[in-house]
Design a protein around this ligand. Structure first.
Ligand code: CA
Length: 231
């Protein structure tokens, strides 16, 4: 059998050995290559190697928490997609994780099928065709690298922020209801809440401002959001 490229490489940072072993076996069966570490300090060292296509990161860890580890690797510039595992169904906990730069989260206990689906979703950008981009105002979104560019500035958007920006750019100047973001980005079978969208929109706005973009995401009270750019 001919192999068309290397296997995706996944880092698992999870201190529950039994769960880590189950996940490792599952991912290897699906032809991922896997490294597993069991605390937040080793997790950070491994993550900063830059060799992983995605990181599965538990929140409650010895050494440092998953959220602290995530904050640290993002501060050092690691853009690797991260799927956060949380034992709490607490919305605040999820928001904290997303606010820190997680691409998605799963609440324990979870079905392995759901874990695999979410892992595919956060790594999907690797399969995109090269060269496509969309523009609004002075700002360009690269559909392959997920870079948002304006002038000489660029920032790479994490998966969900990219999906939000793509949806806004494809429907520039139209009001997009919050329900549509949830359907498109989180799917129908989801416990994403409206305030989750607000959090993500705020991240995208900060990035637009940081690169000097002249496009704005306007909130239309009770209706949704629209992307506005100068003529
Ligand atoms: Ca744990």
């Amino acid at each position: 059998m001919k192999r068309l490229g290397r296997h995706m490489k996944i880092l698992i940072v999870e201190d529950e050995r039994a769960l880590s072993e189950v996940l490792t076996a599952l991912l290897k069966q699906k032809l991922y290559s896997v490294d597993a570490v069991y605390d937040g300090i080793s997790g950070e060292d491994y993550a900063m190697s830059g060799i992983y296509d995605a990181i599965i990161l538990d929140v409650m860890l010895p050494g440092q928490s998953g959220v602290d580890m995530l904050r640290s690797i993002r501060a050092k510039g690691a853009a690797t997609p991260v799927l956060l595992l949380t034992a709490k169904a607490d919305v605040d906990d999820k928001i904290a994780g997303l606010d820190t730069g997680a691409d998605d989260y799963l609440t324990k206990p979870f079905a392995t099928g759901e874990l695999l689906a979410r892992l595919r979703a956060i790594t999907r950008r690797k399969d995109r065709f090269v060269g496509d981009e969309m523009s609004a105002g002075n700002t360009t979104l690269d559909l392959n690298t997920h870079e948002l560019r304006s002038g000489g500035n660029a920032v790479r958007l994490p998966a969900k922020e990219y999906q939000i920006m793509e949806l806004l750019m494809r429907n520039s100047r139209q009001i997009i209801p919050k329900e549509r973001f949830i359907e498109k980005i989180w799917g129908f079978d989801t416990n994403a809440e409206y305030n989750t969208i607000e959090v993500y929109i705020s991240f995208v706005r900060k990035k637009l401002a940081a690169i000097g973009s002249d496009v704005q995401i306007k909130a239309v009270r009770g209706a949704g959001y629209s992307l506005e750019a100068p003529e």
